[in-house]
Write a protein that binds this ligand. Structure first.
Ligand code: 8GT
Ligand code: MG
Length: 320
């Protein structure tokens, strides 16, 4: 579709309790009656952050003190096309209220999913729920070492764990008793600590373990005939170029890893993208993207400036 995108600045406003401020669109508006992230159209020649600040003052009576890019979503409705340019606002002055008479609410992450938003907002909800850092287990991790890897990564700030190791993540469709016990124990640990957990494995094993999230290589994604084959909430895919990003989206992934961003010792032969190409690839993508390859927790801000949800890493979590 070649229709011109209407540039819209929208805000995920968080308070100290981690709740998010949402508003209800009036019935007579485009996508009326649904809930929204406050914001509005960017005027001609107006810098987007200025538009965001203006809209949040007009609609909620707050002054933005600091914000960072969260996600950009190009979306085509039947009647118009929008580019939702979403920022996370963590610092503001004033107390937000419905300055235009619109119903408003602070909601927790768990409550967020029960509100009805416009179709274009689905990836914003996913971006709100996902952590900014993921720790991937080294492939040679033994089943009895998984928990200590996870505990150590979490202690260093990891918001989620991706289990990828021999015995779970190779092409086999079966698990040894030892691997199954280890996975179930990790599922229990992450559930208890409210830590995001994804399994790099086959769809049948992930379903067998009742996993909430599965991570597939672009190669393995080919064996997923439809999204509903995986019963869990989250599907993510490893991508390296525009073609793989497109297929992941068509197959219904919620988020992707894009790699290698910089040179890595684990894959010295692979040509790295660099941040500029990484960011350029993101313009066509409407789902959260983790930077992977030669990055670690210290690169989160950098990754987010270039449009990423955050970083995923293996070895960076092992450093002392
Ligand atoms: N603010 C906002 N707009 C959204 C969201 N999701 C979404 O599809 N949109 C679409 O983005 C477009 C612009 O938003 P808007 O109606 O807030 O624009 P505005 O504040 O300038 O309103 P106005 O035209 O009444 O002055 C609308 O077509 C709306 O449907 C969202 O979460 N927040
Ligand atoms: Mg608005």
């Amino acid at each position: 579709m070649t229709r011109k995108l209407i540039h819209v600045a929208a805000a995920v406003i968080r308070n100290d309790a981690g709740e998010i401020f949402i508003a209800k669109r009036s019935d007579d508006k485009h996508q009326g009656g649904l809930w929204e992230f406050p914001g509005g159209k960017v005027e001609a020649g107006e810098p987007v952050k200025q538009a965001l600040a203006r809209e949040l003052d007009e609609e909620l009576g707050i002054q933005v003190l600091d914000c960072r890019p969260l996600i950009q979503i190009p979306h085509h409705y039947s009647d118009k096309s929008v580019l939702l340019d979403v920022f996370e606002v963590g610092t503001f002055s004033g107390e937000p209220y419905g300055r235009e008479g619109q119903p408003v609410k602070w909601v927790s992450n768990t409550e967020l999913v029960s509100y009805e938003f416009p179709e274009a907002n689905r990836p914003i909800i996913d971006a709100c729920l996902l952590p900014s850092t993921l720790a991937i287990t080294p492939f040679n991790t033994k089943p009895d070492e998984l928990l200590s890897f996870a505990e150590s990564a979490v202690a260093k700030g990891a918001g989620g764990i991706v289990l990828r190791f021999s015995g779970l993540s190779d092409q086999s469709e079966t698990l040894s008793a030892e691997v199954e016990v280890a996975c179930r124990s990790l599922i229990g640990y992450c559930h208890e600590k409210s830590i995001f957990l994804s399994l790099n494995t086959s769809v049948s094993i992930a379903n067998h373990l009742a996993a909430d999230a599965i991570h597939l290589s672009s190669e393995r994604l080919k064996s997923l005939s439809q999204r509903s084959d995986f019963a869990g909430r989250w599907l993510s895919v490893s991508c390296h170029n525009a073609a793989e990003l497109k297929i992941a989206e068509e197959k219904g992934s919620n988020f992707v890893f894009l790699s290698p961003v910089t040179e890595t010792t684990s894959h010295p032969d692979e040509e790295s993208l660099g941040w500029e190409s990484f960011s350029a690839l993101l313009t066509e993508v409407k789902q959260p993207v983790y930077a992977l390859g030669g990055v670690g927790p210290d690169d989160v801000n950098q990754a987010q400036i270039f449009g990423a949800q955050g970083i995923a890493a293996i070895s960076a979590w092992l450093e002392e």
